[in-house]
Design a binder for this molecule. Sequence first.
Ligand SMILES: *[C@@H]1O[C@H](CO)[C@@H](O)[C@H](O)[C@H]1NC(C)=O
Ligand SMILES: *[C@@H]1O[C@H](CO)[C@@H](O)[C@H](O)[C@H]1NC(C)=O
Ligand SMILES: *[C@@H]1O[C@H](CO)[C@@H](O)[C@H](O)[C@H]1NC(C)=O
Length: 321
Amino acid sequence: MYVSNANKILQLFLLLLPIAVPKGSHSMWLLATYIKGQMPFPEFSYVAMLDDVRIMYYNGETKTLHPRGNTTAEDDVFDSNVLLRISDYIYTHFMERLEVAKQNLNETDRYLVLQRLVMCELKDNGEPGQMITRDAVRGSTTDELSYDDNKFTYQGHLNVPAPVLNFHLEISKSRHEILYRPYCIKTLKGYMERRKNQVHRKVKPKVRLIQSYGGFHVSCLATGFYPRHINLTLFRDGQPVADHEITGGDLLPNGDGTYQMRKSLEISAVKHIYTCSATHLSLDNKLDVTLEFDHGEPFKSVIPSVLTVLALDVVWSCMLV
Ligand SMILES: *[C@@H]1O[C@H](CO)[C@@H](O)[C@H](O)[C@H]1NC(C)=O
Ligand SMILES: *[C@@H]1O[C@H](CO)[C@@H](O)[C@H](O)[C@H]1NC(C)=O
Ligand SMILES: *[C@@H]1O[C@H](CO)[C@@H](O)[C@H](O)[C@H]1NC(C)=O
């Protein structure tokens, strides 16, 4: 019970993650969560990330910071007193939001999840990019403040009187200007220096074509790659397959910090040649895997003219047959 609820909460947590950060730029993230209800972990906590690498965990119960990874060499990268002050601000923010959210609570709500995501970006020319603060209730975004080129933009639908909202916005704006962004950028630069090998690493995808779901689907799976940007395209007889025929395509994290993506396509009784093509930062050329399929027994047919497999291991996965 606990586990499944915890998983649900984590799913909500993930909903907030994909903010598009332009390729080449780097970002620092703070993902804070407040959970009202019985949970096996603290009501208030956050994780801090450099790009998609976890660097810190904050436990709101003990009010302690727990650096992750290469910690010994990083003590001087962040000012913990400032971070603890920011932590208090976020907690106060959650308490205020809780008051607003309580008005919309009903008896059946056993959990209430409030989240705040703060992200600042460092462009590849070394200049600060945009900063975003996004709030969510139950996994849905309620409002967002963005700060870019010294311009603030606020978007939201909060059920609070305008003077109250404006008062809070003014405080929030000046904190972004004076505290959040300078601190975030400084810390981001510090971590970039210490973790450059980790965030600049390039890991090649393993690409496979798999016949699945009883032989009625062909899936293209790319896994184990880093960074996360990848282009995965399915071709049928040399033509790109239309998007509406394709299912999947979500980027999913692997446990080891790499990513995977799968795209699937329903196949007919007619034999076609399917090609899965991947382009990724780690590859000089595109990586193609080509096989011939109909929806019966898969058989392998290598077409040398189309095949540019680079040290590739094609695995038949018919476990579902
Ligand atoms: C209470 O919440 C549930 C689930 O969010 C919703 O389906 C239901 O309509 C709500 N009831 C009232 C009285 O608002
Ligand atoms: C930890 O940081 C030090 C100093 O920056 C560096 O020399 C070392 O290689 C790092 N270790 C790991 C495992 O990243
Ligand atoms: C994906 O394709 C787009 C458009 O062709 C290209 O701009 C981008 O660099 C590609 N990304 C990767 C990781 O190959």
